[in-house]
Every structure is written in structure tokens, then in C-alpha cells.
Design a binder for this molecule. Structure first.
Ligand SMILES: CC(C)(COP(=O)(O)OP(=O)(O)OC[C@H]1O[C@@H](n2cnc3c(N)ncnc32)[C@H](O)[C@@H]1OP(=O)(O)O)[C@@H](O)C(=O)NCCC(=O)NCCS
Length: 189
């Protein structure tokens, strides 16, 4: 066994740890994924337990960053290992950019955990993959998500009128380059 090479996960970002989702997370995962306020601007729909268990098992078998496909990882409190949310990452097939999504349970919001997690996640992606930029797509009405992305140093580069669940809305594209992330983190220290 090579003790010099640490596995990339779990990875601690302040008070939260980024780790693989586990079947033991099922109840917590389901409680926030069935909260309509949490899913309001998200692409996913709540699923029955059986499908979620399959999904978690599938995610735990995936390589860390499959190219051209999404992987979902868990966010847990360092102190208790209790799941507080999850993140999705999709690196394109050309290894040029990574798209991220993020979700926090309602009882974990309002404490800066999302900012800590997304700031750490961006750094982690740049460390682990060769991508030049990380992007996020939000609904303009999702003010907390926009505020979080501004706090982690992302810039809004596009606003596109679209339809989401039958309602007109504006999709906003946010981005941060490798250099901008380094400068942002240096400034945040
Ligand atoms: C997007 C989302 C993660 C933002 O959650 P959030 O709690 O607002 O963000 P953070 O965890 O970074 O917390 C920041 C808030 O905590 C407050 N806060 C309290 N204690 C804090 C601390 N110690 N450090 C930093 N911020 C703190 C901040 O003032 C801020 O509140 P404000 O924006 O009202 O000023 C959350 O709304 C969510 O999961 N929504 C559903 C999923 C979703 O829509 N995801 C985005 C699409 S990909």
C-alpha cells in the first residue's frame, strides 16, 4: 500500500466534508429532496426510496469525474457525518469545463455552509481535473443561489430567456476560470 498517495475523497472544506453518498444517507437525502422549496429551481424530481438506493449505489461505483456525465457527491457535517446536502459535477468530454449544481437541506441553510462547500468544490475540481473553467446555471429567481455564486467569486456571463416547468424565466450562466479561482482564494485567506 502506498501511504504517500491520499485518496481525493473524503475532502474537508471548513465545517463540511465532501464525500461519496452512502445508502445510510437515504432518510436525510429523501427528506430534503422531497422538500418543494429545495427542489423549486432544480432539474431533478423527488424519487421513491428504491430508485434512490439504486442511484446512490450507482454513484458510489462511478469514477470520481466521469467525462461527459454527471456524478453526485454528498456534503456532510464534519462533526457528525450527517448529510446536509449534495453536489453534482459534470466535466465535458473534452475536459475543458465542469458544470456544478448544489443543494442544501433547508435546516442547513443560512449558516454559510453552502459557500464553504462550493468554494472548496471549485478548488477541488481544478486540482483533480484539467478543466479551464467551472460553470453553474441558475434561475434568475433563485436569489440565494446567485448570492452564493457571487460570494465564491463566480461571474454572471449570460442571461437566457427560457421555459422551466411551463413558466417563463431567465437562465443565468455563471463562470470562474482557474486563474480567477486562485486569485479569489488568495484574497479570501
Ligand atoms: C443555494 C443554497 C445552497 C444557498 O443556501 P444559503 O444558506 O443561502 O447559502 P450559504 O450556505 O452559503 O449561507 C449563506 C447565508 O448564511 C448567512 N450566514 C450565517 N452564518 C454564516 C457564517 N458563519 N458564514 C457565512 N455566512 C453565514 C449569510 O449571511 C448568508 O445569508 P444571506 O444570503 O441572507 O446574507 C440553498 O438556497 C439551496 O440549497 N437551495 C435549493 C437548491 C438550489 O436551488 N440550488 C442552486 C441551483 S444549482
Amino acid at each position: 500500500m502506498d501511504f504517500d498517495v491520499l485518496p481525493p475523497l473524503p475532502r474537508v472544506f471548513g465545517r463540511v466534508v465532501l464525500r461519496r453518498l452512502e445508502v445510510a444517507d437515504l432518510d436525510r437525502f429523501q427528506s430534503y429532496r422531497h422538500d418543494p422549496a429545495v427542489g423549486r429551481y432544480q432539474g431533478w424530481e423527488p424519487q421513491p426510496d428504491r430508485e434512490v438506493v439504486q442511484f446512490i449505489e450507482e454513484m458510489s461505483r462511478l469514477d470520481l469525474f466521469p467525462r461527459g456525465a454527471w456524478i453526485q457527491l454528498g456534503l456532510a457535517m464534519c462533526a457528525s457525518n450527517e448529510l446536509v446536502g449534495d453536489v453534482g459535477i459534470c466535466i465535458d468530454a473534452e475536459d475543458r469545463r465542469a458544470e456544478i449544481g448544489f443543494t442544501l437541506a433547508r435546516d442547513a441553510q443560512g449558516a454559510g455552509l453552502g459557500t464553504e462547500a462550493v468554494r472548496g468544490l471549485i478548488q477541488f475540481i481544478f486540482e483533480q481535473a484539467g478543466v479551464a473553467e467551472v460553470v453553474a446555471v441558475t434561475d434568475q429567481r433563485n436569489v440565494p443561489a446567485g448570492r452564493l455564486l457571487e460570494r465564491v467569486g463566480m461571474r454572471k456571463v449570460e442571461s437566457l430567456p427560457t421555459l422551466f416547468r411551463g413558466e417563463s424565466c431567465v437562465e443565468q450562466v455563471w463562470t470562474i476560470s482557474r486563474t480567477a479561482a486562485q486569485n479569489h482564494n488568495a484574497g479570501a485567506r
